[in-house]
Design a protein around this ligand. Structure first.
Ligand code: PLP
Length: 422
């Protein structure tokens, strides 16, 4: 029996110093009337902001936080997908790191917990964020509950009304959940005044959360895209490396899905940094074609334009993503570090349609019993394609992918896909 202590890392890994080129710094647009970096300083916990800009390769995980990671059930399991291997009749070995095993059902809790901890460290007892479909909000709600602090979650109104289950979970954790637009902020009031039935959007919810945090001197937590979120998520890849070492496996191909890039980066960057593996595949949605159609340029990190410009692969911050079921992939850009690795050819990409990922999700559910989050099903589709390619060439390689979350709260989405395609 191996002690979990040996698997859960003591430090997070930061890929910034190991990137092929220095990262272009975040900045304000030329004619800006306020400093976005200054705004970050006001709304983010100090230590989180420091970590966002650090060039240290390793950042210590505080002991108290490590204890909380145990409550999450870390290390999460690294499992072999023998059912899927058998179904595909592939010579490839397929492993997956199962982030769906955390209490909140996805990887997002890994950074939510860290950011809540650093908020409390500086005496802040109330954190704020926005959420779309609810995965991020759920993570923030639970993390604040673990540290006995309060949380306010601005949830996009359509989701609030159409996906009441996540709202219920957040409330059980003790969070204040507000449908956005709300009448708690100027942005919200103005939006409602213009259109009483406004369905809300992530941009508006985020603007509300930031305004609310500023007004009340609460801290704002950021779910993805910023490098600090990837830093905290590196616990996934670091654990996976230890787990693979213990069973004497060395992976050749690493695969993950990409919304803003936090689960892919958290999973794959420690392998890239340690020069483990030969092929890295980031998977996005064909309906939100940022890899195939996006430009590499400075763009706002957020729809509302309140966060700084960052250099990344982007479809433009005005891009309105179509309403695909993978809510977590409905984002216009790709984290700066991941964008660079893609541009440099170190990380490859794939894009699949919703129908393709639905078929992949079905195969995985039938062969492994786990209903994957639709986001994670993008990675599974790439795994299946790769395995069949290896089969054709009779190559015995080892694939490891990150199963970023389970899909048990996405069943109504799967129901709709089923009605449409089978
Ligand atoms: C949010 C989410 C994603 C996408 O976000 P990243 O920052 O790219 O990881 C992927 N999978 C699940 C289950 C999510 O909740």
């Amino acid at each position: 029996m191996v002690d979990n202590e040996e698997i859960v890392p003591k430090v997070w890994y930061n890929i910034i110093p190991d990137l092929p080129k220095p990262l272009s710094p975040p900045r304000d647009p030329p004619s800006s009337d306020f400093s976005r970096i200054e705004l970050l300083r006001e709304i983010m916990p100090k230590e989180v902001l420091r970590q966002q800009f650090t060039v240290e390769r390793f950042v210590k995980i505080p002991d108290e936080l490590k204890e909380k990671y145990e409550i999450l059930g870390r290390p999460t399991p690294l499992m072999r997908a023998k059912g899927l291997e058998k179904y595909l009749n592939t010579p490839a070995k397929i492993y997956f790191k199962y982030e769906g095993a955390t209490p909140t059902g996805s990887h997002k809790i890994n950074t939510a917990l860290a950011q809540s901890y650093f908020s409390l460290e500086e005496g802040i007892t109330h954190v704020v964020t926005e959420t779309g479909a609810g995965q991020w909000g759920t993570a923030v709600a639970f993390s604040s509950s673990l540290f006995n602090i309060e949380s306010s979650i601005f949830m996009v109104k359509v989701s609030y009304n159409q996906k009441p289950m996540r709202k219920t979970i957040m409330k059980l954790y003790g969070a204040h959940v507000y449908p956005s637009p709300s009448d708690l902020t100027e942005v919200g009031k103005k939006t409602i005044k213009e259109n009483h039935d406004h369905p809300g959007s992530l941009g508006i919810a985020m603007s509300e959360a930031i305004e609310f945090a500023l007004k009340n001197k609460f801290k704002y937590l950021v779910g993805s895209v910023l490098d600090v979120a990837i830093l905290h998520q590196s616990i996934i890849g670091l654990e996976a490396i230890n787990q693979l070492n213990l069973i004497g496996e060395s992976p050749d191909i690493l695969i993950g899905c990409v919304g803003g890039g936090s689960n892919f980066g958290g999973f794959a960057f420690p392998f890239i940094g340690n020069k483990i593996g030969e092929e890295f595949i980031a998977v996005g949605s064909k309906e939100i074609p940022k890899f195939s159609k996006g430009e590499y340029k400075y763009d706002f990190a957020d729809t509302a334009g309140l966060l700084p410009l960052i250099k990344m692969i982007t479809l433009g911050n005005n891009y309105v993503p179509p309403p695909i079921y993978s809510g977590g992939l409905r984002y216009h850009g790709v984290a700066p570090s991941l964008s660079m690795l893609i541009r440099e050819g170190i990380v490859k990409w794939k894009e699949y349609s919703e129908k393709e990922i639905y078929e992949a999700a079905k195969i995985f559910a039938k062969t492994q019993g786990i209903v994957p989050a639709p986001e994670s099903a993008h990675a599974i589709k790439a795994v299946i394609e790769k395995s069949l390619e290896l089969k054709k060439n009779n190559e015995k390689k080892t694939i490891v992918f990150n199963l970023s979350g389970h899909g048990l709260l996405d069943l109504t989405n799967y129901e709709s896909m089923m009605e449409r395609w089978s």
